[in-house]
Design a protein around this ligand. Structure first.
Ligand code: NAD
Ligand code: UFG
Length: 339
């Protein structure tokens, strides 16, 4: 297949590009580079030995994107990663989030209709489940719009838009992938997560502490009703997540479907910090802070649907993810800007 990756220079996009190229597919990328670096795609090209055509553009720029797509026709599918993802920022600037995240999904669906591209795979999020009523989360666990932040609402709204588009368009194949917590890096240590500024997510924060750039990890609450009192999450290695996209594309059916992509294994904040310490062979200083507003105590999935339908499941452990994240962080302490 030849696949357009919107936001394909970003963290999950570039790992998925590598997985697709290694599985024998071709990729082309549209990315406005608002949260990514050209160097990521250069390295993905070096790792795979493949050329990756790139258009630096907002995916909503219909005329430019259509010209690029016709130059690279025929395309079989779009994986739509592009969007804004900072939860706190979405509370402060909700209109920007609705504008970019919903506008870019609508733009992708219009492009598909105009260029006869049948398949779309969308980066949704476990955040659409909000406060879980029951664990593990399955695909038909309740979701709604009473989510604590606009970012999560944009994911939920785009899922509805995809379902409507698939219902209306004969032959449209739309798959929403609800990612749990993506972590880790490509095992080469050359490609990984490179957040701008101080990381807000746990694993990149711990990585910066391990490398000596930040002093200590703040643990957001140790009084949750969990085995060690800290939050439980389902951390999935980004290369497992990437393989999940390959499986989704290769098995997409007409209509709209949704899949959880996680490991099914709950890991606590303290367990993750300990695992990273083992990988980096050093003590990771930490301190307990108050709970972070909007956090849930526990979020992890039952990944059986993807296994039953596609034969896909996560194969890498939290120790694998920490080892790969550490290799990336220690070799590239300033991310893609490391001299
Ligand atoms: P990322 O920021 O690294 O990648 C997103 C990419 O999209 C970036 O390269 C950015 O430059 C690009 N982009 C943003 N707006 C664009 C636009 N209008 N036009 C073209 N390109 C644009 O983020 P990521 O972690 O790789 O996440 C990819 C997708 O997965 C996002 O939709 C995100 O919401 C979703 N997701 C991420 C996580 C996570 O924890 N990383 C969890 C669940 C879902
Ligand atoms: N945490 C800390 N200290 C930190 C950062 C996080 O203790 O410095 C804790 C959180 O309280 C939580 C866990 O570590 O218990 C994971 O937090 P992250 O910020 O890494 O991830 P979240 O589960 O809050 O959210 C992430 C993405 C969302 C996405 C969600 C589900 O940020 O965009 O996973 O996919 F929606």
């Amino acid at each position: 297949m030849r696949v357009l990756l919107s936001g394909g220079a970003g963290y999950i996009g570039v790992h998925t590009a590598i997985a697709l190229l290694e599985a024998g597919h071709e990729v082309v990328v549209v990315d406005d580079m608002s949260n990514s670096s050209l160097e990521a795609l250069v390295r993905a090209g070096e790792i795979t030995g493949a050329g990756i055509p790139l258009l630096v553009s907002d995916i909503r720029d219909e005329a430019r994107v259509r010209t690029f797509v016709s130059e690279n026709a025929p395309l079989d599918a779009v994986i739509h990663f592009a969007g804004l993802k900072a939860v706190g920022e979405s509370v402060a600037d909700p209109l920007r989030y609705y504008d970019v995240n919903i506008g870019s999904a609508v733009a992708v669906l219009k492009l598909m209709a105009a260029e006869s591209i049948p398949t779309v795979v969308f980066s949704s999020s476990a955040t659409v489940y909000g406060q879980p009523e029951r664990l593990p989360l399955v695909e038909d666990s309740p979701t709604g719009l009473d989510l604590p932040n606009p970012y999560g609402k944009t994911k939920r709204i785009v899922e509805e838009i995809l379902a409507d588009a698939a219902a209306a368009g004969p032959g449209v194949r739309a798959v929403a992938l609800r990612y749990f917590n993506p972590v880790g890096a490509h095992p080469s240590g050359r490609v990984g997560e490179d957040p701008v500024g101080v990381p807000t997510n746990l694993m990149p924060y711990v990585a910066r502490v391990a490398v000596g750039e930040l002093e200590r990890v703040g643990i957001f609450g140790d009084d949750y009703p969990t085995p060690d009192g800290t939050g439980l999450r389902d951390y999935i290695h980004v290369m497992d997540l990437a393989a999940g996209h390959v499986a989704a594309l290769e098995n997409a059916r007409p209509g709209y479907e949704v899949f959880n992509l996680g490991t099914g294994v709950p890991i606590s904040v303290r367990q993750l910090i300990a695992a990273f310490g083992r990988a980096a062979r050093r003590e990771i200083p930490s301190t307990v802070l108050p709970r972070r507003a909007g956090d849930v105590a526990a979020s992890y999935c039952d990944p059986a649907k993807a296994w039953n339908r596609w034969g896909w499941r996560a194969e890498r452990s939290i120790d694998d993810a920490c080892a790969d994240a550490w290799r990336w962080q220690s070799r590239n302490p300033q991310g893609y800007r490391t001299p």
